[in-house]
Structure formats: C-alpha cells, structure tokens
Design a protein around this ligand. Sequence first.
Ligand code: OAD
Length: 237
Amino acid sequence: MKPDVQPNKVVVLSGAGVSAESGLPTFRDSNGLWNTFSWQELASPDGWKRHPEAVLAFYNERRLQAWQAKPNAAHAAIASLEAAYEVVVITQNVDELHERAGSSNVIHLHGQLAYARGTSEMPKRYRIEDAPISMGQLCEEGTQLRPDIVWFGEEIQFFREARMHVATAARVLVVGTSLSVYPAAALLNVARSRAQKVLVTLDVDKWPFGFTFLRGKATQVLPNLAARWLSEAGRVA
Ligand code: OAD
C-alpha cells in the first residue's frame, strides 16, 4: 500500500544549478566540472586508489570555494517555504548553501564537503568546515581521511528516507539538476500523480512525466514560485 500524501509537505530535489549563481560550477554545463576534469579520476573509488593526492587536492579546492560562497535568492526562496509548509530538501549538492539560507531539513544524497571520513567499513565523520585534508592525515581508527563525498559506484546512505519523503509530498520542486545521475534521478518515479510537480532548469533533456517545466535561472524563477505557493497556503511571502 502506498503511504498517504501529506497535504502540507513540499519536497525539493536540487542540483548544482541552484548553486551556480552563487559562483559554484555545475557538472555538465559547457563550463561544468566534468567537462574540465575526469570524474573517473576524481570521483570514483578507482581514482582514489590510483592517485589519492590528486583527489584530495581537487576536493580541497572545492571545499574552500563552497565555504566562501554565499546562498542566493533561490536558496532563500526554498527556505521561505518553511513559513507555511513542512519542507524537506533533498540535495545532490555537497555545499551547505541550503542550510545557510535557513532550510532546516536537508538530506545530502552525495555527501558534504565540510566533512571528512576514514576509509574503514563504518567510518566516523569529522566536521572540517573549510580545512584541507592531506595525505597521512588519519582518523581515530588509523585509516586515511578522505572527503565525505559519495563517489560513482558508492552507496547512497539516505536513499530510502529520501524516497519516502518524495512519495508522501503534495508538492515536488525539482531545481537545477540535469537528472542524469542515478539513483537520485529515480526519486521522481515515486512522486505521486496527484502531487503538484514543477521542474526549474535552464534547459531540459529529460522532462519527467507530470512535471510543469519552468525554464529559467533559479534565482529568477524560484522567488515567484515560492511567493505563489505561500499565497496558496494563505501566507504572505
Ligand atoms: P549537472 O551539472 O548535471 O546539471 C545542472 C543543471 O542545472 C542543468 O540542467 C542546467 O541547465 C541547470 N542550471 C545551470 N545553471 C542554472 C541556474 N542558474 N538556474 C537553474 N538551473 C540551472 O548537475 P547535477 O544534476 O546536480 O555528483 O549533477 C548531479 C551529480 O553529478 C552531482 O551531485 C555530482 C555529479 O557527478 C557527485 O559529485 C557525487
């Protein structure tokens, strides 16, 4: 049996596009990270085995950049929805701009730059904020520290929880993602037919069934959308 839809619940699935206007590069746009760097070398367990120094250097730079970035109007619009809705943000982003804009319930599907972890089976996480990780830096169990990022081929810890949220949402907002990475993109398959579903990106290769597509920059589209959803809930934006 399917779980009940919660009329007051909004689920946001976000990707790199929502942080692009904060100065953080996306992955697959023309100036995207995976058009400059090789994900096989930098975001896979194999790459980590082959040249950990290069992997650490790549993420050290990204960590600093993410730490210095500021949330933009799109992050703020998403956070503003909490005035009227129960909001769960499921993000593929490894920055913390949703939290810094005020979102209080954020699930990071692909990890967080601000944490490091060991390389054992059940590693402990350590909050490092903007600090670099170096070779030879060990966790308490004695294994090398690595970024707390979910690399290609690795398991997503919070996937079941994320699915449950999408399946019970009355409104689903997908923003700034190319929907090309699985299993994150498969979350949309459990969105309910009667839920209000909106996709916001600059362009769309995949137009998920039942979604209204609003083409445009997240900082321009989301404040209006949030204001509309707040007024539909009887709140002034
Ligand atoms: P992509 O780079 O694949 O897609 C970014 C999307 O954002 C594209 O559809 C753009 O059109 C859109 N976009 C760009 N600027 C925008 C703006 N200002 N406003 C609105 N939309 C904009 O990024 P993701 O889908 O997030 O994983 O990539 C998914 C995963 O692939 C990432 O989490 C990352 C990567 O490998 C890991 O690092 C584990």
